[in-house]
Design a binder for this molecule. Structure first.
Ligand code: ADP
Length: 270
């Protein structure tokens, strides 16, 4: 299958403060249209710094980042870059701008100068996809943590992005809400939206088509979840803890016993 490249990272090095060692070191990476990527790595290894380059929140100290046809240094294309790549953060509270759920979702498309019928269509569709239609008139601050994360995603969806980049969106959620957000990401991806998901959860990483591992600012692995997450001892040496069930599944796999189901499904069911 020939996939068009959506995000191209070329020799990316990034330093926050002059004279300090770089936080990202010579990263090379291509992400194709519609791919579902998980990024894992120990705390402080540079995951957030890397993904902030994907919609020009940060610009490389050296090297280039290309989003679609645009180089992120071309500030005149900033709006187009940010429309292509939407970004959601761990703390959904900081992303709330509306007095009601529907107003919050309408904020982005409203700012694009679209006709009001089109804004309404996008809001209805985004709320339905995120499972928030029944909560549309609620003040956002009355939502649960998981509902707020889905609200943040609905706000991004209403912008009709090509990619959604998420920085540990489920970190503070309970297991049931985590599952709902993961299911939503899977649904969005099946609709053709590319996903870049920074996560601490190896189970969430199994949902991706491809897993990237960062360590001390370097891209140390890039491959399919099965290959990468089966390296349980190596992941542990990086300080990444596979969950008990993930480890069990992969030990079984190494012993030649394959359980034909998603690890994530099993973990959620336990
Ligand atoms: P991760 O997302 O993997 O936890 P980050 O990208 O947040 O890692 O951080 C990578 C490194 O950059 C860490 O050492 C962190 O302390 C440092 N860092 C992050 N943000 C800043 C900043 N605004 N100024 C200076 N250093 C920073």
């Amino acid at each position: 299958m020939i996939m068009k490249t959506m995000i191209r990272v070329h020799n990316l090095t990034y330093t926050y403060e002059k004279g300090r060692p770089p936080v990202l070191k010579d990263i090379n990476l291509q992400i194709g249209e519609g791919e579902y990527i998980a990024i894992i790595g120990p705390n402080g290894c540079g995951k957030t710094t890397l993904i902030r380059h994907f919609n020009a929140l940060l610009l490389p100290s050296a090297g280039e980042v290309q989003v679609g046809e645009f180089n992120t240094r071309e500030t005149k294309h900033l709006r187009e870059i940010r429309r292509k790549v939407g970004m959601a953060f761990q703390n959904a509270d900081n992303q709330i701008v509306g007095m009601s759920v529907e107003e919050d979702v309408a904020f982005g498309p409203g700012n694009l100068g679209l006709p009001s019928a089109e804004v309404r269509r996008r809001v209805d569709q985004a709320l339905a996809t995120a499972g928030l239609t029944e909560l549309r008139t609620r003040p956002p601050h009355t939502l649960s943590g998981g509902q707020k994360q889905r609200l943040a995603l609905a706000g991004l969806l209403a912008m009709e992005p090509e990619f959604i980049v998420l920085d540990e969106p489920t970190a503070s959620l309970d297991p049931e809400s985590k599952k709902k957000v993961s299911q939503l990401l899977k649904t969005l991806n099946s609709q053709g939206i590319g996903i870049v998901h920074v996560t601490h959860s190896m189970d969430e990483a199994t949902l991706a088509d491809r897993v990237l591992v960062l360590d001390q600012g370097e891209l140390v692995a890039d491959g399919n979840p099965r290959d990468i997450l089966s390296r349980v001892d190596w992941l542990k040496s990086l300080g990444l803890a596979p969950t008990y069930i993930t480890e069990l599944m992969w030990r079984l796999h190494q012993a030649g016993i394959d359980v034909n189901t998603s690890i994530f499904t099993i973990d959620s069911a336990v």
